[in-house]
Structure formats: structure tokens, C-alpha cells
Design a protein around this ligand. Structure first.
Ligand code: FAS
Ligand code: PHB
Length: 391
């Protein structure tokens, strides 16, 4: 088979890239290791920057997002048992974030791709990439015992942190930067009304970090920091709700509506960047190239901005035979990636308990938070990073 762009991975990066290329008349195939149901079963991000919302509109898949997503004008920070609002909307000249689950976004993109009848191979085995440093890259995979080969002009590595694309690049051609955090996030999804339908709440307490978010006005998403070696089986719903309440201010704790968890998982936290993000005719996008701790709600949004840059570069290449976009791709992405890495690292360091946070460290965190909520300059810096820096 021959196509213009072979996309490895049917997560948000791959599906969004496929949709934008299709709308520009560029043929593409998506080759995904898992089933569609498996991809949809992964409960992950929930907060979209305006840049991401605009991109989903450009891709023609924003109808349900506008109908069901919820706009947030502020975030709230809890420390010393008190809650403080940061007026993100007011501090950024009107910018907001939208709560809309990654699962729903992925569903919308899958539906659009299926409606357009675009080639998508799920449950592809032994995917491998070849000759991406030549003018005729190829992708091989197996499906139902049959061997397949795709000839293409470009390969988009949208296959996430554990994918095959970055792993296929020779060690000498890539530089990896990594920081692993000494704790994880235990996340719970429950069909109960969110404790705060208007703001995402981040808690810094001596027991550890907490986060109150949502997927809709009837579905809540909560997290508590937990030891890296904790197992989900150790956390009954009752234990989770009790610990969450202990990590909120008394008024919020009293308002939490509990219910049975419909999803419960523990995610490790890491910061990771691979440089560069382009190798000949292979381009890495999204988690294949970088990972952020979810504290700043940047992971999914960074994937979207990579895809914006990559889709534009490929459209320029095929329309005008211009290499300018593909040559500039890696540097453009990394300039934005590293700012989001810094913000995510800073907010994670500010809000979590580390092994050495005892005493002095906790006081310093509380002093920074006290300064943050009382300084317009500091709050503005937080707000403009939270809503997403301009493309
Ligand atoms: P993805 O990992 O989503 O998708 C990659 C796809 O490639 C997968 O479907 C995979 O099956 C496929 N693949 C892998 N290897 C392959 C191969 N060899 N061949 C073919 N296909 C292959 N971000 C936030 O903003 N907020 C959050 O709260 C948040 N929580 C998260 C929790 C967890 C547990 C994880 C892992 C991530 C979280 N993220 C969060 C980040 C997350 O949302 C990612 O940024 C987002 O999924 C990135 O999308 P993709 O780049 O498409 O990568
Ligand atoms: C979520 O809703 O999953 C979420 C919200 C804010 C974050 C991280 C995750 O910072």
C-alpha cells in the first residue's frame, strides 16, 4: 500500500493529525497496536487549553465539546486549610480552560475518521519503521497473521512514551532528558456531581497533594498523591474518599459528594523530553516525544500543539513543496514543550510532598503559595501558563 503520511498510534495525537491532514486533502493511514475499545478505555486528561479547543474546531470535531464541555474561569489553591481563587479569566484578558475528557475527544476523532472512511488499522502487531532517513520511508506491521508494508512520504510517530518510533532512532541521534518524581497519582472517576463545577481545585497539605476536577456536571475526577509502590487494591473507595476529604479545606471537604468509583488507577509522574523531534522523514509528536507530570494539565495540550505545527508543516510541504515547515518543526515544538515542562515541574514541586519536604520545605511551599495568591504579578504568571501560552 502507498500513502502520503503513515501515522503510528491512534491516541489523541495520531487521530487529530489524521483528521487535519484529511481535511487538507493529504492521504494518511493510522496504524495502532491496540483495539479502539482499549484506546477509549484509558482514562487520562480532562482539561483543554483554548489552543486545543480551536484545533478541534479546525478539525471539525468540536460539536460535542461545545455541547458537553464545561468552561472554567478560575482555579483554586488550598493550603493551610484555606482555599484561594485565582481568577484565570480576569488575569489573562478573558482566556479560559475547558473541562472535557480525553476519552470523549478521542471518541469524537474516531467517529469522524470512521465517518470519512479513512484507513485505520487497529490491533496491528510488530509495527516497525524503515528508511525514514531516505525519501521512501516504509512501515511494516502484521494483522490477522498477514504481513503488510506501507510505502509513504513521511512517518508521524504518535505512538506515545512506550512506542516504537522513538525507540527506533539510533541512540547517538537523540538526546533524552528525564526527571522521575518519587510519588504517583491515584485517580478516581465517579458519576457524582463535582464538588466545584466552576473551578479546578489543587490542594497542598501536610498529608500530600489533592486535585478536584470533573468530566461533566454529573461526572467527577479526583486525585490524591500516593506512594509510588502503592497498589490500587490497597485503596478502597471508602479509604479514597476519606483521604481526599482530609486533603481539602473543611468547607470543601464537607461538600464532597461520594459514590462508587467507575475507574481507579495509579499513574507515575515524570518529566521527559527527547531532542530533536524530527529524524529525516520521521516526526515525533505528543507523548512519543515528551511527558509532563499531569499537575499543570499540559500533556494532552502539548500533543495538540505539536500536531498543529506538524500538520501545517506537512500541508505546506505538499501544497508548496516547501521544506520550511518540516525543517522548523522540531525547534518550534521544543520551544513550547520546554516552557510547559518548566511550568508542570514548578507546579508539581510547589504542590506535592517530597521526601525532604518536612518542616522547612512545607513552610517554604506555604510561603510561596501565600505570595502567589496575594501578588497580582505572581497570579498572572500562573494564570497565563495555565490557560496555555500562545502558539
Ligand atoms: P498516547 O499514549 O495517548 O497514544 C499513543 C498510542 O500509540 C496509543 O494508543 C498506543 O496504543 C499506540 N502505540 C504504542 N506503541 C505502538 C506501536 N508500537 N505501534 C502502534 N501503536 C502503538 N495529560 C493531561 O493533560 N492531564 C492528565 O490528567 C493526564 N493524565 C494522564 C494519566 C496517565 C496514566 C497517562 C499515561 C497520561 C496522562 N496524561 C494527562 C497525558 C496524556 O493525556 C497524554 O498527553 C496523551 O495521551 C498524549 O496523547 P498521544 O501523544 O496520542 O499518546
Ligand atoms: C483532570 O481532570 O484529569 C485533570 C485536571 C487538572 C489537572 C490534571 C488532570 O492539572
Amino acid at each position: 500500500m502507498r500513502t502520503q503520511v503513515a501515522i503510528i498510534g491512534a491516541g489523541p495525537s495520531g487521530l487529530l493529525l489524521g483528521q487535519l491532514l484529511h481535511k487538507a486533502g493529504i492521504d494518511n493511514i493510522i496504524i495502532e497496536r491496540q483495539s479502539g475499545e482499549y484506546v477509549l478505555g484509558r482514562i487520562r486528561a480532562g482539561i483543554l487549553e483554548q489552543v486545543t479547543v480551536d484545533l478541534l474546531e479546525e478539525a471539525g470535531v468540536a460539536a460535542r465539546l461545545h455541547a458537553e464541555g464545561t468552561i472554567h474561569h478560575s482555579i483554586e489553591l488550598i493550603f493551610r486549610q484555606q482555599r484561594h481563587a485565582i481568577d484565570v479569566h480576569g488575569l489573562t484578558g478573558g482566556k479560559v480552560v475547558t473541562a472535557y475528557g480525553q476519552t470523549e475527544m478521542t471518541h469524537d476523532l474516531m467517529d469522524a475518521r470512521q465517518a470519512a472512511g479513512l484507513p485505520t488499522v487497529y490491533e496491528a502487531a510488530n509495527v516497525s519503521i524503515h528508511d525514514y532517513d531516505s525519501a521512501r520511508p516504509r512501515v511494516r506491521y502484521e494483522k490477522d497473521g498477514q504481513h503488510h508494508e506501507v510505502e509513504c512520504d513521511f512517518i508521524a510517530g504518535c505512538d506515545g512514551f512506550h512506542g516504537v518510533c522513538r525507540a527506533s532512532v539510533p541512540k547517538g541521534a537523540i538526546t533524552e532528558f528525564e526527571k522521575v518524581y518519587p510519588f504517583g497519582w491515584l485517580g478516581v472517576l465517579a458519576d457524582v456531581p463535582p464538588v466545584s463545577p466552576h473551578a479546578i481545585i489543587y490542594g497542598n497539605t501536610e498529608r500530600g497533594f489533592s486535585l478536584c476536577s470533573m468530566r461533566s456536571l454529573t461526572r467527577s475526577r479526583y486525585y490524591v498523591q500516593c506512594p509510588l509502590d502503592d497498589k490500587v487494591e490497597q485503596w478502597s473507595d471508602e479509604r479514597f474518599w476519606d483521604e481526599l476529604r482530609r486533603r481539602l479545606d473543611p468547607e470543601t471537604a464537607q461538600r464532597v459528594i461520594t459514590g462508587p468509583s467507575i475507574e481507579k488507577s495509579i499513574a507515575p509522574l515524570r518529566s521527559f523530553v527527547a531532542e530533536p523531534m524530527r529524524f529525516g522523514r520521521l516526526f515525533l509528536a505528543g507523548d512519543a516525544a515528551h511527558i509532563v507530570p499531569p499537575t499543570g494539565a499540559k500533556g494532552l495540550n502539548l500533543a495538540a500543539s505539536d500536531v498543529k505545527y506538524l500538520s501545517q508543516a506537512l500541508i505546506d510541504y505538499f501544497a508548496e513543496k516547501s521544506d520550511a515547515g518540516i525543517d522548523a518543526y522540531s525547534a518550534r515544538c521544543l520551544a513550547r514543550v520546554w516552557k510547559a515542562e518548566r511550568f508542570s515541574w514548578w507546579l508539581t514541586t510547589l504542590m506535592h510532598r517530597f521526601p525532604d519536604t518536612e518542616g522547612f520545605g512545607q513552610r517554604v511551599q506555604e510561603a510561596e503559595l501565600d505570595y502567589l495568591v496575594n501578588s497580582r504579578a505572581a497570579s498572572t504568571a500562573l494564570a497565563e501558563n495555565y490557560v496555555g501560552l500562545p502558539l
